[in-house]
Design a protein around this ligand. Structure first.
Ligand code: 5GP
Length: 118
Protein backbone atom coordinates (compact mmCIF):
# COMPACT_ATOMS: atom_id res chain seq x y z
CA UNK A 1 0.00 0.00 0.00
CA UNK A 2 1.29 3.44 -0.94
CA UNK A 3 1.99 5.98 1.77
CA UNK A 4 -0.58 8.41 3.10
CA UNK A 5 -0.65 11.78 1.41
CA UNK A 6 -2.04 15.21 2.17
CA UNK A 7 -5.13 14.11 0.26
CA UNK A 8 -5.49 11.05 2.51
CA UNK A 9 -5.57 13.42 5.46
CA UNK A 10 -8.30 15.48 3.77
CA UNK A 11 -10.30 12.31 3.02
CA UNK A 12 -9.92 11.18 6.65
CA UNK A 13 -10.84 14.64 7.96
CA UNK A 14 -7.46 15.13 9.66
CA UNK A 15 -6.97 18.22 7.50
CA UNK A 16 -10.15 20.30 7.24
CA UNK A 17 -11.57 20.83 3.77
CA UNK A 18 -14.94 21.42 2.17
CA UNK A 19 -15.84 17.90 1.06
CA UNK A 20 -18.20 18.09 -1.90
CA UNK A 21 -18.64 14.38 -2.50
CA UNK A 22 -17.52 11.16 -0.83
CA UNK A 23 -18.18 7.48 -1.44
CA UNK A 24 -16.37 4.19 -1.02
CA UNK A 25 -13.99 4.89 -3.92
CA UNK A 26 -13.48 8.62 -4.43
CA UNK A 27 -13.68 11.96 -2.61
CA UNK A 28 -14.07 15.47 -4.04
CA UNK A 29 -13.17 18.82 -2.47
CA UNK A 30 -12.28 22.35 -3.57
CA UNK A 31 -8.70 23.07 -4.60
CA UNK A 32 -6.94 25.27 -2.06
CA UNK A 33 -5.54 27.47 -4.86
CA UNK A 34 -8.31 27.66 -7.48
CA UNK A 35 -7.24 28.24 -11.10
CA UNK A 36 -10.83 28.86 -12.29
CA UNK A 37 -14.19 29.94 -10.86
CA UNK A 38 -14.77 26.30 -9.98
CA UNK A 39 -11.74 24.14 -9.28
CA UNK A 40 -12.56 20.80 -7.71
CA UNK A 41 -10.21 17.90 -7.05
CA UNK A 42 -11.64 14.40 -7.31
CA UNK A 43 -9.26 11.89 -5.73
CA UNK A 44 -9.18 8.15 -5.37
CA UNK A 45 -9.60 7.15 -1.72
CA UNK A 46 -6.77 4.68 -2.26
CA UNK A 47 -3.49 6.65 -2.37
CA UNK A 48 -2.28 5.45 -5.77
CA UNK A 49 0.80 7.64 -6.44
CA UNK A 50 0.09 8.32 -10.11
CA UNK A 51 -1.40 6.84 -13.29
CA UNK A 52 1.77 4.79 -13.91
CA UNK A 53 1.08 2.88 -10.69
CA UNK A 54 -2.60 2.18 -11.43
CA UNK A 55 -3.59 -1.47 -11.56
CA UNK A 56 -6.46 -3.27 -13.25
CA UNK A 57 -8.05 -3.59 -9.80
CA UNK A 58 -8.18 0.22 -9.63
CA UNK A 59 -10.26 0.61 -12.79
CA UNK A 60 -13.54 0.98 -10.92
CA UNK A 61 -12.18 3.85 -8.82
CA UNK A 62 -10.56 5.46 -11.88
CA UNK A 63 -13.82 5.25 -13.81
CA UNK A 64 -15.66 6.72 -10.84
CA UNK A 65 -13.51 9.87 -11.15
CA UNK A 66 -15.28 10.61 -14.45
CA UNK A 67 -18.83 9.85 -13.35
CA UNK A 68 -18.40 11.90 -10.18
CA UNK A 69 -16.88 14.76 -12.21
CA UNK A 70 -19.97 14.72 -14.43
CA UNK A 71 -22.26 14.67 -11.39
CA UNK A 72 -20.47 17.59 -9.75
CA UNK A 73 -20.52 19.58 -13.00
CA UNK A 74 -24.25 18.97 -13.26
CA UNK A 75 -24.80 19.97 -9.61
CA UNK A 76 -22.78 23.17 -10.18
CA UNK A 77 -24.86 23.93 -13.29
CA UNK A 78 -21.84 23.94 -15.62
CA UNK A 79 -22.34 20.63 -17.41
CA UNK A 80 -23.99 22.04 -20.52
CA UNK A 81 -21.55 24.91 -20.98
CA UNK A 82 -18.60 22.56 -20.59
CA UNK A 83 -15.58 22.29 -18.35
CA UNK A 84 -12.09 20.85 -18.30
CA UNK A 85 -10.81 17.66 -16.67
CA UNK A 86 -7.06 17.25 -16.13
CA UNK A 87 -4.92 14.47 -14.66
CA UNK A 88 -1.26 15.42 -14.25
CA UNK A 89 1.30 12.61 -14.21
CA UNK A 90 4.78 12.88 -12.75
CA UNK A 91 7.25 15.72 -12.81
CA UNK A 92 6.95 16.68 -16.48
CA UNK A 93 3.19 16.47 -16.20
CA UNK A 94 3.26 19.01 -13.38
CA UNK A 95 1.98 16.63 -10.70
CA UNK A 96 2.65 18.01 -7.22
CA UNK A 97 0.70 15.64 -5.00
CA UNK A 98 1.58 11.94 -5.49
CA UNK A 99 -1.98 10.68 -5.14
CA UNK A 100 -4.13 10.21 -8.26
CA UNK A 101 -6.55 13.07 -8.68
CA UNK A 102 -8.60 14.68 -11.40
CA UNK A 103 -8.93 18.46 -11.66
CA UNK A 104 -12.37 19.74 -12.63
CA UNK A 105 -12.09 23.34 -13.84
CA UNK A 106 -15.03 25.38 -15.04
CA UNK A 107 -17.55 28.13 -14.56
CA UNK A 108 -15.78 30.21 -17.17
CA UNK A 109 -14.28 29.86 -20.64
CA UNK A 110 -11.01 27.98 -20.24
CA UNK A 111 -7.91 29.27 -21.99
CA UNK A 112 -5.72 27.52 -24.54
CA UNK A 113 -4.60 24.09 -23.44
CA UNK A 114 -1.01 23.10 -22.86
CA UNK A 115 1.61 25.08 -21.03
CA UNK A 116 5.24 24.45 -21.89
CA UNK A 117 7.94 25.59 -19.50
CA UNK A 118 11.20 26.57 -21.15
P1 5GP B 1 -1.24 18.48 -9.11
O1 5GP B 1 -0.25 19.55 -9.50
O2 5GP B 1 -0.61 17.42 -8.24
O3 5GP B 1 -1.97 17.90 -10.29
O4 5GP B 1 -2.36 19.21 -8.28
C1 5GP B 1 -2.32 19.31 -6.88
C2 5GP B 1 -3.36 20.31 -6.49
O5 5GP B 1 -3.61 20.15 -5.10
C3 5GP B 1 -2.97 21.77 -6.72
O6 5GP B 1 -3.90 22.40 -7.59
C4 5GP B 1 -2.99 22.37 -5.31
O7 5GP B 1 -3.49 23.69 -5.29
C5 5GP B 1 -3.87 21.41 -4.54
N1 5GP B 1 -3.56 21.29 -3.14
C6 5GP B 1 -2.33 21.12 -2.56
N2 5GP B 1 -2.44 21.04 -1.23
C7 5GP B 1 -3.76 21.15 -0.93
C8 5GP B 1 -4.49 21.13 0.31
O8 5GP B 1 -3.94 21.01 1.40
N3 5GP B 1 -5.84 21.27 0.23
C9 5GP B 1 -6.48 21.41 -0.99
N4 5GP B 1 -7.82 21.54 -0.94
N5 5GP B 1 -5.82 21.43 -2.16
C10 5GP B 1 -4.48 21.30 -2.14
Amino acid sequence: MAEETIFTKIINGTIPSKIIYHDDLVTAFSDIAPKAKYHILIVTNKPIPNVNEAQEADEKALGRLFTVAAKIAKDLGIAEDGYRLIVNVGENGGQEVPHIHMHLLGGQKMGAFGFVKA
